[in-house]
Design a protein around this ligand. Structure first.
Ligand code: PRP
Length: 286
């Protein structure tokens, strides 16, 4: 149907919750589809298809799904011919090479002659070629991290997020091949109707993503410090400055990136800011 958008979402695994949360934050309600293959939104012309993670890029290439949420790592491995329309900021991980903690390793050249187990043979092969390395790739589809312990390989190339799986299996991360996060992809040949629906979804997603990485900041400052403090605050347009009941003082309000806040907090205090409040933001529409 051309009047509804088909969104492919991982049926289980690390991207499932983040994908649905993002739709929900954009006001798109989906009936819980944990055991369903398809669920419809009743307040937006959109259907969610719950699919196996590794199948999603191909479903989007074939147009079975119009858009999909996948990890960049998978997209690179599958070399799928789709458009990446937004980085979604969740499910961050890296594809890394790890070795048993007792193995000696000083640089990339030590991978020569090694057997490396992975579910990412395409990406690994490209990495080895690029670095002129000659290692043997052993393709396995799951539980890659046990391969060195059972004598199947000398090293692994797998996803690392918290690092606890590596730790539990006595492995140490040595090389990061790529960094990944969830991305929104779309089919390259969509109708104008579908593109319009995507624009609407994208607008809602972006207001949420922008808000997630921003904080509302309120602080008190002497009037003669307003300019100096304002310089320290990256703002949407210009900071709001309101007089306080106390003579010679005002309240400055602005929006700041959460990461940036920790960089400028000492400078704000040194410039005379007091009573600094940091408040979460629900949505930002620019
Ligand atoms: C990945 C990867 C590791 C684990 C690493 O598996 O294969 O097993 O996550 O995460 P950690 O560093 O936080 O311990 P995932 O759960 O994505 O499922 P998969 O086996 O289907 O890839």
């Amino acid at each position: 149907m051309d009047d509804r958008l088909n969104v492919a979402v991982q049926s289980k695994g690390r991207l499932f919750e983040g994908s649905l949360e993002l739709l929900k934050a954009g006001g798109i309600s989906i009936n819980n589809g944990k055991d369903q293959l398809k669920a419809s939104s009743h307040n937006f012309p959109l259907d969610v298809l719950y699919l196996r993670n590794s199948d999603i890029p191909q479903y989007v290439v074939d147009g079975v799904a119009d858009v999909g949420v996948v990890g960049e790592n998978l997209l690179i491995e599958k070399q799928a011919n789709v458009d990446v329309i937004e980085k979604l900021g969740f499910s961050k991980c890296r594809l890394s090479i790890a070795l048993p903690k007792e193995a000696s390793y000083s640089n990339l050249k030590d991978l020569n002659g090694k057997r490396i187990a992975t579910s990412y043979p395409v990406t690994l092969k490209e990495f080895l070629l690029k670095n002129n390395l000659d290692a043997e790739i052993h393709v396995i589809s799951g539980s890659v991290e046990i391969a060195p312990n059972i004598g199947l390989s000398d090293a692994i190339c797998d996803l690392v997020s918290s690092g606890s799986t590596l730790f539990k299996n006595g492995l140490v991360e040595k090389e990061v091949i790529l960094k990944s996060q969830a991305v929104l992809i779309k089919n390259k040949n969509l109708s104008t109707t579908k593109e319009t629906l995507i624009d609407k979804v994208l607008f809602r997603i972006r207001t949420t993503l922008q808000a997630r990485k921003s904080k509302y900041i309120l602080l008190n400052a002497p009037n003669d410090k307003v300019e100096e403090i304002s310089q320290l605050l990256p703002v949407l347009k210009s900071p709001t400055v309101l007089p306080l009941a106390t003579e010679g003082w005002c309240s400055i309000h602005s929006v700041i990136d959460e990461d940036r806040f920790w960089e400028v907090i000492d400078q704000l205090k040194a410039a005379g800011a007091e009573g600094i409040l940091i408040v979460p933001i629900e949505k930002i529409v620019i």
